[in-house]
Design a protein around this ligand. Sequence first.
Ligand SMILES: [Zn+2]
Length: 74
Amino acid sequence: MSVFALIDDKHVPLYRVIWIAATPHFCGEEDCEREGFYEVRLEQAESVWANQQQRDEVLAAIESWHTGEDEWRS
Ligand SMILES: [Zn+2]
C-alpha cells in the first residue's frame, strides 16, 4: 500500500495528515472554490482540500496503515 494519498491534485504522505474535517466546507461566499470539499490539515499549518471520495480513501488508508502498525508491533 502506498504511503501517499491523492488529495486535490497532490500526492500527500499520510503521516503528514493531522486531521480531516468531518463536514464539508461551507463559508457562504459566492466565489468560494472549496465549498463541498473536506479540509485535510497537514503539518506546518498547511491545508489541502479533498472531495468526498478522496476523503473516504484517505480515512481508509490511514486506518489500515495504523492497523498494520499494531499488527507489526504485537
Ligand atoms: Zn469558503
